[in-house]
Design a protein around this ligand. Sequence first.
Ligand SMILES: [Zn+2]
Length: 256
Amino acid sequence: MYIDTHSHLFDSAFDLDRDLVIKECFNQNVGKLIVVGFDKETNKLALELCSKYANLYPTVGLHPTELSDYSDNFFVYLEDLIKDEKIVGIGECGLDYYWDDSKKDLQKEVFKKQIELSLKYDKPLIIHSRDAIADTLEVLKSVNKPIKGVMHGYSGSLEMAKEFVKLGLKLGIGGVLTFKNAKNVKEVVKELDLSNFVLETDCPYLTPTPYRGKRNAPYYIPLIAKEMADIKGIDIKEVEETTTKNANELFGGRLL
Ligand SMILES: [Zn+2]
């Protein structure tokens, strides 16, 4: 059984057939889905959706591109949510200088506060990093404590991947792995041990080949696993079992 560690199933792209999509995931052996919120609205949607299904698990957080939701009492609201045992992780959070690099300090502050909550409640971080990989590493290192989490949609260099792994983080590998020109992530998958990876779709975005350009969904996870197995020259069953074990360990038994 596979686990999709990063989906946005509350997205309006699924409004017409969400229940069918979820059923199809279970048919395709993708038995557990983590539904990742990223601002006030989507945190609420993730919680609502996951309350309807036994095998959907929500995370809540504040994405660096959604700082307009940030106010004095934001972290009172967020911590209240995180105390709930149904919440399995914190994020997406992190740094994004691609869309807006004018508020780097604020992004770092909001990221650090979510790292503190992760440590306080022992729930893993779902980390987004775009055009900000060096600063992301620096913020994580500055905490100076072992950190649990996943570098979501990892597509950086092998050298940086080793740094994140050293901190204790997993690397979230998605549909990009199946893209012909995705040299970095293919190298990372080839060179690092399978124990470092979890699978994810980031649906409805980043659909794997051969469905690139269409809506992504968690039932495409086996396509990513197949690519990983081919790159590493191992059986797909081993990818399935090990990435699921990695995800279960990362989420500290909360996915059971
Ligand atoms: Zn995402």
